[in-house]
Design a protein around this ligand. Structure first.
Ligand code: GTP
Length: 226
């Protein structure tokens, strides 16, 4: 049995938040992940409230469930909702549009500050995603610039296209893999400490807390605490 599964075999559930300016493609990336065959919708309306979807993903330590919160990029919605977005989140995907320099600048000017204000940034696994890689001819943000950002804030990056599907699954799997590894390591430490305090004879099992999340509802909230 994988260390990532419980006696009941249910995968753990983690809350992941999508952040970034309006129009960078957050909703489109989630739609591509959950419905890989559906063509990109260009008439998609701006996200106004809280939307989330759950998706089973593979990691090197077995399957896990991601509860992906698609946030509103527009300032007037985001400001009010940010505390709810970040509550108990384990990972964040910071999205910019490679054809829009402003959306990249917003990451350091706006979104990283919001992150630090509303969440314990060190507790969150982060991934930088440059979306719309299919629009290479209109590129405004070089990979070098993005890599500098990653070095500064300590995270990895991928360029994706919600239109072609390039790197979309890989991006979500990369982040959830980091989140899951952290949870397993924290659990192992906890088990070690408990084992020491009970004289070393009864270490707690090194499993993460599990829940059976369902698409589109709030089931599984104990596991990710959201
Ligand atoms: P908010 O909900 O306002 O925060 O926006 P968002 O970040 O969710 O962006 P959304 O997914 O609504 O996409 C905005 C526009 O960009 C839509 O017209 C999409 O069709 C288009 N789009 C998204 N991803 C891509 C991509 O990878 N390539 C191209 N060419 N267009 C994309």
């Amino acid at each position: 049995m994988s260390r990532a599964t419980s006696a009941g075999g249910k995968p753990p559930l983690y809350k992941i938040v999508m952040l970034g300016d309006s129009g960078v493609g957050k909703t489109s990336l989630v739609a591509r992940l959950t419905n890989p065959e559906r063509p990109l919708n260009h008439d998609i309306s701006a996200t106004m409230g809280i939307e989330f979807d759950t998706q089973m993903l593979d990691t090197e330590h077995g399957k896990v469930k991601a509860q992906i919160w698609d946030t509103a990029g527009q300032e007037r919605f985001a400001r009010v909702l940010l505390p709810t977005y970040f509550r108990k989140a384990k990972g964040v995907i910071l999205v910019y549009d490679i054809t829009n320099a402003k959306s990249f600048e917003s990451l350091s000017e706006r979104w990283m500050a919001q992150l630090n204000d509303h969440a314990s940034s060190d507790d969150l696994a982060k991934l930088l995603v440059g979306n719309k890689s299919d629009l290479e001819a209109s590129r405004e943000v070089t990979k070098e610039k993005a890599e500098q950002f990653c070095q500064e804030y300590g995270m990895d990056m991928l360029e994706t296209s919600a239109k072609s599907g390039q790197n979309v699954l890989q991006a979500f799997e990369k982040l959830i893999g980091i989140v899951h590894n952290r949870a397993l390591a924290a659990n192992k430490n906890k088990a070690g400490i408990q084992g020491m305090s009970s004289g070393g004879g009864g270490a707690a099992p090194s499993t993460v807390k599990l829940e059976d999340g369902k698409k589109g509802d709030a089931a599984g909230t104990d596991a990710c605490g959201c």
